[in-house]
Design a protein around this ligand. Structure first.
Ligand SMILES: Cc1cc2nc3c(=O)[nH]c(=O)nc-3n(C[C@H](O)[C@H](O)[C@H](O)COP(=O)(O)O)c2cc1C
Length: 378
């Protein structure tokens, strides 16, 4: 909601009508836009010259987007969890208030010291990290940062991780109602210790169960983050929607390893790391393309966004917003320039909002199963 020119997240009661799993097209992420895609009704396909007249610089462009009841962002450019700390660290370099939202570092019930080093290494067009969710624990996060966040107009979404459903639920409970916490993003790419260490994110039932449990425990806007490390993400996305998530974020990192120069062992202390950066963008695009066709809740895209054209590609496959991650390490001011660039792109194409850019590259109907195209797995 907008109060006195500020965009605030507001809580909604558990009893409030929550259209968790309506039919496709029943909800819209952005005012006036139905999500039965494609939504482009004016202008041209992305990259194709537009015959509309450009609008002048003075005309405001509506970049706002509602990701959940009570979570309206001023623009669709967010920063990704684990790549922007708690937002506070960047205060001198970036005008954080101009971001659409901040997804803060992964937060767990108890403090975690993280994995043994080395924890990061560069890869062609990307990086591998195995930070291991180092964080001070939810109580310290609330104590140290929430009052600062409460004074910001940019919503802060707390990224939550856990080793059991009870962990996630307890963290969500403690965040519920804390001023400054605008929402929760569940990182479900975590081992479920009670289930032999299988990640919640790789199984539709487990992903649905953790989402439903957190949904019951908290009134906060709830985003759930997909892992790309699965054969077919669509049943998992559907289960998450059915369990009551407000939005889906996609994608987390791809599992990978690197080898030490002397080739005596894997390079990272944890052996496995998460691959991020431009290298993963085609995978993220494919997953967003698939997911936006099977769910009816907003999808926020992440994976290799390094310039405005990447964001435009993700919008074209149906995302309503994007998160910038690894690219921030090279240029923390990038997201702000992308906000300005997105408004300029809309004006250039004669649009007074970015809505016509969403879903332009989607097929008119959800793809039927086939041996080719969207179903094809090399
Ligand atoms: C150093 C680092 C730490 C990360 N920590 C988290 C985290 O705590 N929780 C989470 O959900 N994702 C985490 N991620 C994943 C990012 O949020 C994002 O999903 C991924 O990096 C893909 O986006 P990118 O290619 O733009 O970086 C981390 C990524 C990096 C590079």
């Amino acid at each position: 909601m907008v109060v006195g020119g500020k965009v605030h997240a507001t809580r909604h009661p558990k009893t409030a009508q929550r259209p968790a799993s309506g039919p496709v097209g029943a909800r819209s992420a952005i005012a006036g836009v139905r999500s039965d895609r494609p939504v482009a009704s004016v202008g041209s396909r992305a990259g194709v010259p537009d015959d509309r007249r450009a609008i002048d610089d003075a005309t405001p462009v509506d970049l706002s987007v509602e990701l959940a009841p009570g979570l309206r962002l001023a623009n669709p450019i967010l920063v990704a969890s684990g790549t922007f700390g708690y937002g506070i660290e960047y205060g001198d370099v970036v005008d954080v208030e101009r971001l659409g939202a901040i997804c803060c570092k992964g937060t767990t019930l108890k403090p975690r010291i993280g994995n043994i080093t080395p924890r990061v290494t560069e890869t062609p067009a990307g990086m591998l990290n195995s930070i291991g969710l180092q964080n001070p624990g939810v109580d310290a996060v609330i104590e140290r940062y929430a009052s600062t966040w409460a004074g910001w107009r940019v919503p802060v979404i707390v990224n939550v991780a856990g080793e059991s459903i009870d962990d996630y639920v307890e963290v969500a409970r403690r965040l519920d109602g804390v001023p400054g916490v605008a929402g929760i993003e569940l990182n479900i790419s975590c081992p479920n210790v009670g289930k032999g260490g299988l990640q919640f994110a790789i199984d539709a039932e487990a992903a649905g169960a953790v989402t439903a449990a957190v949904r019951r425990a908290s009134d906060l806007p709830l985003l759930v983050k997909l892992s790309p490390n699965v054969a077919d993400v669509r049943p998992i996305a559907r289960a998450i929607q059915k369990a009551g998530a407000d939005a889906i974020t996609a994608i987390n990192t791809l599992s990978g390893i690197a080898i030490r120069p002397d080739r005596t062992r894997p390079l990272l202390g944890n052996v496995y790391g998460g691959l991020s950066g431009p290298a993963i963008k085609p995978v993220a695009l494919r997953i967003v393309y698939e997911v936006t066709q099977v769910v009816d809740i907003p999808v926020v895209a992440i994976g290799g966004v390094s310039e405005l054209s990447d964001a435009l590609d993700f919008l074209a496959v149906g995302a309503v917003a994007v998160q910038v991650g690894t690219a921030l390490f090279a240029d923390p001011t990038l997201p702000i320039r992308m906000v300005d660039g997105l408004a300029a792109e809309c004006r250039r194409r004669g649009f007074d909002s970015y809505r016509p850019l969403i879903g332009t590259a989607l097929p008119r109907k959800p793809s039927a199963p086939s041996a080719k195209g969207v179903e094809y797995r090399p």
